[in-house]
Design a binder for this molecule. Structure first.
Ligand SMILES: *[C@@H]1O[C@H](CO)[C@@H](O)[C@H](O)[C@H]1NC(C)=O
Ligand SMILES: *[C@@H]1O[C@H](CO)[C@@H](O)[C@H](O)[C@H]1NC(C)=O
Length: 207
């Protein structure tokens, strides 16, 4: 009897969690809700294919990196599936500055060159490693992390995320790319006023 009740509990639990649809390709013409986009009415196999990862994108930004995202806004098929991908290309000397993804863990699969990557746990322990082609690093959800090219040639990696919309907060931009006042920044970081001014100029901050 207890066993049957246990089975019934399991069964009802799994049916409440079961997805009612096979898939829900995002209808990007509607707006996103906390549970994702509404479903596109008619889909074909081509909706499930993403073809925009080229090889060796060159960066134009300060940090010499290029990210090509295949998140839900670029690849609507991942809507509701809790996963997405991106291609990372690092020029010689390129770096992805310290950042975090509130909504996703990340796998970095190195496919070219050598990449040093690391993350900082919430007790402020540093975990860092240089990886070469074929190696994978996991970057746990929500933790600050960074990647840089550790070789003498271009480096690239495929990234996968445990969310269709991982979100990204870059530490430098959060601090120096908005109108948080210099007085506050100097107080809260103990940086010199000249450093704060310099970093605000680089990252587009004001105030
Ligand atoms: C990288 O390549 C993709 C696909 O061609 C393109 O959409 C994206 O803008 C490129 N990024 C840079 C920084 O060149
Ligand atoms: C900072 O910017 C926000 C909008 O981005 C604005 O609402 C706010 O008034 C600004 N604060 C100051 C002190 O300029």
């Amino acid at each position: 009897m207890i066993f049957i009740i246990f089975l019934l509990t399991l069964l009802s639990h799994s049916t409440t969690n079961a997805s009612v649809l096979d898939f829900c390709v995002a209808d990007l013409s509607s707006s996103q809700t906390p549970s994702g986009y509404p479903c596109k009415k008619s889909v074909t196999i081509n909706d499930f294919v993403y073809s925009n990862f080229n090889s060796g994108n060159t960066s134009t930004n300060f940090f010499k990196f290029s990210i090509t995202p295949a998140f839900v806004n670029q690849f609507p098929a991942v809507n509701g599936l809790g996963l997405s991908a991106a291609k990372l290309d690092l020029d010689v000397g390129g770096i992805i500055p310290m950042h975090s993804h509130r909504g996703a863990s990340e796998l970095m699969i190195v496919v070219q060159g050598r990449i040093t990557a690391g993350f900082i746990s919430s007790d402020n322990t540093v975990f860092i490693k240089t990886l070469s082609k074929g190696q994978i690093l996991v970057l746990p959800q929500g933790l600050l992390h960074f990647q840089y090219n550790a070789g003498r040639n271009k480096a690239s990696a495929y990234l996968t995320f445990s969310s269709e919309n991982p979100g990204s907060q870059v530490l430098d931009l959060a601090l120096f790319g908005n109108n948080l006042s210099s007085a506050n920044l100097i107080k809260s970081t103990l940086l010199d006023p000249a450093q704060v001014k310099k970093l605000k100029a680089i990252f587009g901050g004001s105030g």
